[in-house]
Ligand binder design. Structure first.
Ligand SMILES: [Zn+2]
Length: 115
């Protein structure tokens, strides 16, 4: 699969994640999606708050702000139902709640060993 093919698959699956969230009583707003290398540095370069090898720089990660009942849910655990659903969509789907430094609002697809 090329990077472009994977980016397009990722975007379509993010639509499924959004639909799943709303079907289960959640609401979402976008946090970071694409991180432009002109601002954040090329892949491998640390230029901002972004990690040097962030998948946001490859259009393969999105951060979501999560709401239920009008309340903003900030914990990684609150994201777990969506994280589990996300991982069920494709073997390359990764959820930030599983990272060694948990990042529960982060939904990504693995690319060249990056998660
Ligand atoms: Zn992220």
């Amino acid at each position: 699969m090329t990077l472009g093919q994977k980016q397009r698959k990722f975007t379509r699956m993010i639509a499924q994640l959004i639909e799943y969230a709303y079907a289960n009583g959640y609401e979402l707003t976008f946090g970071d999606a694409y991180r432009d290398p002109r601002l954040h540095g090329d892949i491998g370069v640390k230029k901002s708050y972004s990690s040097a090898s962030s998948l946001h720089k490859s259009r393969l990660a999105v951060d979501f702000n999560l709401f239920k009942g009008g309340q903003y849910l900030t914990t990684t655990e609150a994201h777990r139902p969506l994280g589990e659903f996300w991982k069920s969509l494709h073997p390359d789907c990764c959820w930030g709640g599983d990272f060694s430094s948990p990042d529960g609002n982060h939904y990504s697809m693995e690319w060249q060993g990056r998660k």
